[in-house]
Design a protein around this ligand. Structure first.
Ligand code: ISL
Ligand code: CA
Length: 560
């Protein structure tokens, strides 16, 4: 592998186990299902698998609510299955990164049960308990999943904080016993052979003392992010975690922090290797550019010029210090080809063009299951087809005491913006269960699995799958893709996304028409690039830079 450290030359594949493959026919994906499909990952060529949570959990938020960090949920299998999966991946040179969800636990975790038992419980201070203020919640913070971020516990008369669902109480990181327990658990997993962690909302773990009210948002609730996003002790905690968990063994590991609030300036601090915090972070700027004023459920079309500026800013901010992670999709985001591309007339071209502009930037690319097949959003037809508590809570709240017309609007919002778009089963073949299950799937399967599936693409050199293989191979073979300096071109062009990567012995030009109309290339590029060879292109034929790029055409050219 090129790249030093190794993860600069690596591509990561995310598995959301519930929706990946169901081996025992209960309609829910499981570890044995993953084991049966490791050859798919091997053939794709990825270096790392990030596995979304498989720990014991009541599954209120599909495993992001953990009741035992040391156990595998029976829904997914056993610890032995997990060991077997780690072995099967390692045998193919693929690493396994676990999800680390430690901003909160499940309310069914033994820690919380003990904490809630009484005001003088030895674990009372492991969570964030407060008295109400004037018969109301302790402050005005809203939860990410609708309503207040506080829940009154009748038995003790105090409220506990939950930034996410009521079944996901936030732990108190200011308590050293909590931090110790987390580090011990992390070491246990590393000793077992896992190769790192993707850290769920890790920038939320340090809350500003006093928990002040936040600015009131469209929802009517206060935004607490100014007081818990990258809070006062966050760097201290991450550095402590590095000392207690990663020091001495971090060369083979990788860490990535999910950070809803992160700015390029903060990302530099988090990922500066000399500071010993994290290897990279997930930022959210580019996946918010199509959000309307009321957030993810009120969308607007993305402005390509804004999107390019956003990427370029991150590329530049982390050019010398730190490192980017690159993603379009994960289990929380609608599918990229439906969102920023065209999932009908130009499905193949837009899926491959979007993949290319992302993968050839500087950073570590992440592929979310099904993205390598060009999977699309789901045409959910009714609210009872949705499963995600975020969408269901939003729907319930936004339709209270209102009319059918309003209900239809809100349904349309959650259908387009909701996380379930990412969570429909992976489409393995064209059979009724899509090769995902022989039973009744826990969430509907996209009807387009009849033509859009892995079996149809696996051996087709003109498939989205083949294109992803090519992009991954390029990162493995081409040091300019790994290390080259990024330079944005044609900044104000409303159709073309073009940039160079300049390495020691070659320069690459990535140029894509991210629109359905032909795009004139413009003369300023021609001088330098007319004679350059195209190394890849998603239309048959062209080996040189043309005068116009066709709808969603992408070309990658190289010159010395
Ligand atoms: O999709 C979102 C809600 O609007 C995001 O803000 C999301 O909640 C945020 O990215 C945090 O996500 C992570 O933590 C959540 C979990 O539900 C998500 O699946 C996870 O990725 C709570 O653990
Ligand atoms: Ca199953």
């Amino acid at each position: 592998r090129l790249g030093d450290p190794w993860w600069k030359g690596a591509v990561v594949y995310q598995i959301y186990p519930r929706s990946f493959a169901d081996a025992n026919g209960d309609g829910i994906g499981d570890l044995r299902g993953i084991i049966e499909h490791v050859d798919h990952l091997d053939r794709l060529g990825v270096d790392v698998v990030w596995l979304s949570p498989v720990y014991a959990s009541p599954q209120d938020d599909n495993g992001y609510d953990i009741s035992d960090y040391y156990a595998v949920d029976p829904t997914f299998g056993t610890l032995d299955d997990l060991d077997e999966l780690i072995g099967a991946l390692h045998a193919r040179g693929i690493k396994l990164v676990m999800d680390l969800v430690v901003n909160h636990t499940s309310d069914e975790h033994a820690w919380f049960q003990e904490s809630r038992a009484g005001r003088d419980s030895p674990k009372r201070d492991w969570y964030i308990w407060r008295d109400g203020s004037d018969g109301r919640e302790p402050n005005n913070w809203g939860s990410f999943f609708s309503g207040s971020a506080w829940q009154l516990d009748e038995a003790t008369g105090q409220y506990f904080l939950h930034l996410f669902s009521r079944k996901q109480p936030d732990v108190n990181w200011d308590n050293p016993e909590v931090r110790d327990a987390v580090y011990r658990m992390m070491n246990w997993w590393l000793d077992r052979g896992v190769d790192g962690f993707r850290m769920d909302v890790i920038s939320f773990i340090s809350k500003t003392p006093g928990l002040p009210d936040g600015p009131v948002r469209a929802s009517g609730w206060g935004d607490g992010i100014p007081f818990y996003g990258s809070g006062p002790r966050i760097h201290e905690y991450l550095q402590e975690m590095h000392r207690e968990v990663f020091a001495g063994r971090d060369a083979d590991l990788v860490t990535v922090g999910e950070m809803v609030d992160v700015t390029p300036e903060l990302a530099r601090l988090y990922t500066d290797q000399d500071r010993r915090e994290l290897d990279m972070v997930f930022q959210f700027e580019h996946v918010r550019l199509d959000h309307g004023p009321a957030g993810k459920f009120s969308r607007r079309p993305v402005d390509l010029v804004e999107l390019k500026r956003s990427f370029a800013r991150w590329q530049e901010a982390l050019a010398d210090v730190g490192w980017n992670s690159l993603y379009w999709n994960n289990h929380d985001q609608p599918r990229v080809v439906s969102r920023f591309g065209d999932d009908t007339a130009h499905w193949y071209e837009s899926a491959t063009a979007l993949a290319t502009v992302l993968h050839l930037m500087r950073g570590t690319p992440y592929i979310y299951q099904g993205e390598e097949l060009g999977m699309t959003n789901m045409p959910f037809a009714a609210i009872d087809e949705l499963r995600d508590l975020e969408s269901l809570n939003h729907y319930r709240e936004a339709t209270v005491a209102s009319d059918a017309e309003r209900a239809a609007e809100v349904l349309a919002d959650v259908v387009t913006g909701g996380r379930d778009n990412a969570r429909t089963p992976v489409q393995w073949d064209d059979s009724p269960g899509a090769g995902f299950t022989t039973g009744e799937p826990w969430i509907p399967i996209n009807p387009n699995h009849r033509w859009l599936n892995a079996a149809a693409q696996r051996d087709d050199p003109h498939s989205v799958f083949a294109w992803y293989r090519t992009l991954i191979a390029l990162r493995h073979e081409n040091s300019t893709v790994v290390d080259g300096r990024f330079g944005l071109l044609l900044e104000d062009d409303p159709q073309l996304f073009a940039y160079t990567r300049t390495g020691e012995d070659a320069t690459l030009l990535v140029i894509a028409n991210l629109s359905a109309d032909p795009a004139p290339v413009g003369l300023e590029l021609f001088g330098e690039w007319t004679r350059a060879e195209a190394i890849i292109g998603n239309y048959p034929g062209d080996h040189r830079l043309p005068l116009h790029l066709r709808p969603w055409e992408v070309l990658v050219l190289t010159r010395p």
